[in-house]
Structure formats: structure tokens, C-alpha cells
Ligand binder design. Structure first.
Ligand code: G3P
Ligand code: CA
Length: 286
């Protein structure tokens, strides 16, 4: 296991979690886990290690790899001229020095924008990556959790993503290094038909707090992951998702307390802006 984990775990193991934080507020205590349990928790760097570098940039993805995340999570959209780019919002306004909708700009126009300086001057010059660029750089180095972001805006985006993965030989059976997910569940059904050998996930927001066993069974007919907002995660939800045969990767942990709570709820993976939090669960000596 990683040296960093051991050091962080050792220091945290000496800390009482009953006096502060979310768990304590809820009257919970943090359980000790085995090293194996810690190793098995899947660590997903949300939009890259976006607590440390500008989201959805090569710098954030590289940071995620350096921090030993198992996956980087990326948001894929399509430009006016049909190119796949990696950016979260449907406009470039918040995360670049430009303005306008992603779908109204050409790739050339988007590539001229600065996607780093809004976060910190140290990242000036980062650009909006293409999907192709991310695959080329990170294939074989880290898993990639691909979110089809607002696919209803981009006719044919599922086919383009599938073509790019097939072209790079990343659509092989049992390729557990690529997972495709979306809040648009029809889009995921379509993607599953195009890429039947790849794992897919449904993203769900707060309105799915009372998801029924029947609904989970329906999701499980085409998806392998049920990935909800962490706000609705309970023991019962985790258990029901597992009963349905899916894994659960909640989003988005942004504090140590949030990561520890998810860990103790027995989720399978944690989508976080801070990969270091996932490696900080107190570990048993034995
Ligand atoms: O991977 C889950 C998470 O990325 C979904 O929310 O808004 O950050 O894309 P969002
Ligand atoms: Ca996302």
C-alpha cells in the first residue's frame, strides 16, 4: 500500500472523530478498517484533482494520477463543428476567459481560451482538452470515468464517444478502466447498445432519495453503477443498490468528514475533488 496512506492513516488513527465533523454531528463514530478495505475503496478524482488544479484540464488529470487516484472523472461535450471536448458547464464562461455556449463555438475557438487562470495564475495557459487528447495521454495510466454531459444538446455524441473508444481499442470486454455515466439515462441506454462490453452508470440527484427496488432493477438492466449525490446515501440505499447487482460511487466529496462518512456507509467508490481524503480512513494494525 502507498506510503502516504500509511502515514495519513497512522496520524488519523490517533485522532478522535467523535468531537468534530459531520459524523460526530450525526452521532456517528468512524470505524477502523483493514488495509485491504482501504485499498479496495475506488478513488475517483472529480474533474481531475479539482481541489488542487483547474477542473477538467490536463493539469488536474495529471494531479489525479500523481495522487494515486484510481480514476479521473471527465465531462464530455461537443463543439459546433462536432469535436468532443472536456468541460463541465454548457458555456465556457465560468472556467475560461471566454464566453458563449460550448455548442456554439468551434474547436479552434475553444482551444484559444485560457482554462487555467480563473483558478490560479499558476495555471495560466491550460486549455480545454479534447476527449482524444485525454484518452491519448491517460490510456493505461489511470481509469477514466466519462460523463456524457448534457448529451440531449449534442445529437450523435454517444456515437462519437463510442467511435473514439473503439478507435483506441478501449472498448474491449472487461475493460474496467473505462466507465461511461450520465444524468441522461436514455443516453446511457444508447451508449450501452453501442458499447455493450463497457461498464455504464446512471447519475442521480436528490429527487432519487426514495428510489424503489423496482427502479433499481430497471437501472441494472443496462447499468453497472448507480452514482447518486452523496446527500441521499444511506445504509439502506447502499444495500439496495448492491442487492440490485450494481456498485455505487457517490459524488462529490469535498471534505475529510464527507469522505469518511461515505467510506463507513460501505460505498464502492468515492468521487472527490480531494483524492487524499479517500486514503485517510483510520486503519487497523492487524
Ligand atoms: O461524477 C459525478 C459528478 O461529476 C456529477 O456532477 O455536476 O460534477 O458533473 P457534476
Ligand atoms: Ca461530472
Amino acid at each position: 500500500m502507498k506510503r502516504m496512506v500509511t502515514i495519513l492513516a497512522a496520524s488519523l488513527a490517533m485522532t478522535s472523530f467523535t468531537g468534530s465533523g459531520l459524523a460526530a454531528e450525526q452521532g456517528e463514530t468512524v470505524k477502523m478498517v483493514s488495509k485491504q478495505e482501504q485499498q479496495e475503496m475506488v478513488n475517483i478524482a472529480h474533474r481531475g484533482a479539482s481541489g488542487h488544479a483547474p477542473e477538467n484540464t490536463m493539469g488536474a488529470f495529471q494531479k489525479g494520477v500523481e495522487m494515486k487516484a484510481d480514476y479521473i472523472e471527465i465531462d464530455v461535450q461537443m463543439t459546433k463543428d462536432g469535436e468532443l471536448v472536456v468541460i463541465h458547464d454548457t458555456t465556457v464562461d465560468r472556467t475560461t476567459n471566454g464566453t458563449g455556449k460550448v455548442g456554439d463555438l468551434t474547436l479552434k475557438e475553444i482551444r484559444q481560451l485560457d482554462a487555467g487562470s480563473w483558478f490560479s495564475e499558476a495555471f495560466t495557459g491550460e486549455s480545454v482538452p479534447t476527449f482524444e487528447e485525454v484518452l491519448a495521454e491517460f490510456q493505461g495510466k489511470v481509469g477514466i470515468l466519462v460523463e456524457l454531459k448534457a448529451p440531449e444538446l449534442y445529437t450523435g455524441v454517444e456515437e462519437k464517444v463510442a467511435d473514439a473508444l473503439i478507435e483506441k481499442n478501449m472498448s474491449a470486454p472487461n475493460n474496467n478502466k473505462i466507465i461511461i455515466q450520465s444524468f441522461n439515462h436514455e443516453s446511457i441506454k444508447k451508449s450501452k447498445e453501442l458499447l455493450p462490453n463497457l461498464s455504464h452508470g446512471v447519475l442521480t440527484g436528490g429527487s432519487w432519495a426514495n428510489v424503489t427496488e423496482e427502479q433499481l432493477a430497471q437501472f441494472a438492466s443496462y447499468a453497472d453503477y448507480f452514482n447518486p449525490t452523496m446527500k441521499i446515501v444511506t445504509d439502506e440505499l447502499v444495500s439496495n443498490v448492491h442487492e440490485a447487482g450494481m456498485d455505487i460511487y457517490p459524488y462529490t466529496s469535498r471534505s475529510q468528514e464527507q469522505a469518511l462518512r461515505l467510506f463507513d456507509l460501505n460505498v464502492d467508490g468515492i468521487i472527490t475533488d480531494y483524492p487524499e481524503h479517500v486514503y485517510s480512513h483510520p486503519v487497523k494494525n492487524s
